[in-house]
Ligand binder design. Structure first.
Ligand SMILES: [Zn+2]
Length: 287
């Protein structure tokens, strides 16, 4: 009797313990997410990079030295600066001699010429990569011819053509003629101005920016910078000089893309501008 009654009591007690244990586990499990989401659980602060607000993507700017190379009188390239991916271009040319450009630029040019052809616009490539040495000889000849440096021909290292991304494009009627700003009024000049950015090109020496580029308006001189940069530069009517001014300003905190900063500050750098003609002498067959 005594043993029996003990056994009867022991079974419900064991059940109670199991039920209680299950209840406690259940509550604990259900409570876990709440405990994690609670602010009092502790917030780990992970250091983050500053928000990227520059108008061009980070990837583009990480490679800025490659496709956005600035060559001018204040940023001269050296005689060692020669692109290692130069190729002979395959598009229609204004002369028989080979014209070289960097490989990606040549590919973009081919696309642009095909699009122009489709629109009934016949473009001719006229002058591409120019070495430091070629520019040096051009400058030397100019000084020799007139007896002093009239600053009409770029000094070696200052030409956009040395980047392997500068290209002069003309139409049939301008072959053999001296290039002038009137090219902008032609069908070909207007097509280039309207469409070149779609293929990654900008008009390197635009009208009205002579005081910044120090070069006359050259509607035939295109410069490859990549599609994203070309669209930004064109849409905002910038020069490559002004673009670099923005980028340098962004990096040191003096420029932000909110329109409040003075993007024209580069104007104030120099006094009387010396406007020169980059392509006045097309002496390309110099060698
Ligand atoms: Zn040119």
């Amino acid at each position: 009797m005594h043993l029996k009654s003990t056994r009867r009591l022991a079974i419900p007690a064991a059940l109670l313990i199991i039920l209680f244990a299950a209840l406690v586990n259940g509550c604990a499990a259900a409570g876990q997410p709440d405990a994690q989401a609670s602010p009092s659980a502790g917030i780990s602060i992970v250091p983050t990079e500053p928000v990227w607000t520059f108008p061009l993507s980070k990837d583009i700017m990480a490679d800025a030295e490659s496709f956005l190379t600035l060559a001018n009188a204040d940023n001269r390239l050296s005689d060692k600066d020669k692109p290692d991916d130069l190729v002979n271009i395959t598009v229609r040319k204004s002369k028989d001699s080979a014209i070289q450009l960097r490989r990606p630029v040549s590919a973009a040019l081919k696309e642009m010429f095909a699009a122009a052809d489709a629109d009934g616009v016949k473009l001719y490539a006229h002058s591409g990569y120019r070495s430091y040495h070629t520019q040096d000889v051009m400058h030397y000849n100019r000084v020799k011819d007139i007896g002093y440096d009239d600053k009409v021909v770029q000094q070696a290292g200052a030409s956009d053509h040395q980047t392997g991304m500068g290209i002069d494009i003309i139409s049939a009627s301008w072959i053999g003629s001296r290039l002038t700003a009137r090219f902008a009024e032609t069908k070909e000049g207007q097509w280039i101005a309207a469409h070149c950015a779609e293929y990654g090109f900008i008009i390197r020496y635009p009208e009205g920016k002579e005081d910044i580029t120090k070069i006359i308006f050259e509607p035939w001189h295109l410069r490859y910078v990549g599609v994203e940069a070309a669209r930004y530069i064109t849409d905002n009517a910038l020069t490559l000089e002004e673009f670099w001014d923005q980028w340098n300003g962004y990096q040191d905190g003096s420029w932000a893309p909110d329109g409040e900063r003075d993007t024209q500050s580069v104007d104030a750098v120099s006094g009387t501008p010396t406007v020169i003609v980059e392509d006045v002498l097309e002496i390309v067959d110099i060698f």
